[in-house]
Design a protein around this ligand. Structure first.
Ligand code: PLP
Length: 231
């Protein structure tokens, strides 16, 4: 099932790239394996996948230790400062930095481990109250402040669009994130790159690709529906 799903997702990625005059190679598919067992990750790995996304710090750490070393882990969930220690040195990219306080904790842990952590600033473009992320108007200032940390490197921006029936509704959100990234790039801030735009999930990744996503995060479309324990 995973192989067929991956083929479908990649076919849709190719079509979205063709529609928007982009190269398929310029869009990275992150297989979002949160809540899914290691066996399913191994199945995707056997299909050649190497980029995986997790949203819980301890879960990512455990999977990282148990699974092949050449997996590239993306941390995409809300991160509490006391969990930063599980992620730094393991995640190739932390997509969800939305406060100076969190960036400070990542800086401290990265200095301690003598490593540089690559991060994205999460922007709440849709201004949904239930979502994390810095407001569009405060994103540039946060990037400037994080840029001062020697062990943290801003690589771009990330957003989570709302769940909508018609993915077209999210096009303005993706478009806004790209515009914001162009604006910030134009400021030529030292130690800052705006080369990554992480946007688009199962429901809307084709629109996100048309609007310039460099990284899409697809869970359900690859691994099927998630089941959450009822507490
Ligand atoms: C779960 C999750 C995804 C994947 O969502 P699907 O709709 O299953 O593709 C993408 N990004 C983030 C931040 C997530 O938490």
């Amino acid at each position: 099932m995973i192989r067929e799903n991956l083929e479908k997702v990649e076919a849709a990625m190719r079509e979205a790239c063709a529609r928007s005059g982009r190269n398929f190679e310029d869009v990275t598919l992150i297989s979002v394996s949160k809540t899914k067992p290691k066996e399913m990750i191994e199945e995707a790995y056997a299909c050649g996948k190497r980029q995986f996304g997790e949203n819980k710090a301890q879960e990512m750490k455990e999977k990282c230790i148990a699974l092949p070393e050449d997996i590239v882990w993306h941390f995409i969930g809300h991160l509490q400062t006391n969990k930063v220690k599980y992620i730094v040195g393991r995640a190739a990219l932390i997509h969800s930095v939305d406060s100076l306080h969190l960036a400070e904790a990542i800086e401290a842990e990265s200095a301690k481990k003598n490593t540089i952590s690559k991060i994205l600033v999460e922007v709440n473009v849709a201004q949904e109250e239930t979502k994390f992320g810095v407001g569009t108007e405060n994103a540039c200032q946060l990037v400037r402040e994080i840029a001062k940390f020697p062990h943290v490197k801003v690589e771009g921006l990330m957003t989570i669009a709302p769940f909508v029936e018609n993915p077209e509704e999210n096009r303005p959100i993706f478009c806004k994130l790209r515009e914001l990234s162009v604006d910030i790039a134009a400021k030529n801030i030292d130690n800052v790159s705006m080369s990554v735009l992480s946007m688009g999930m199962t429901n809307d990744f084709e629109i996100a690709i048309e609007e310039g996503a460099t990284h899409i995060r697809v869970g359900t479309g690859i691994f099927g529906e998630r089941e959450y324990a009822v507490l």
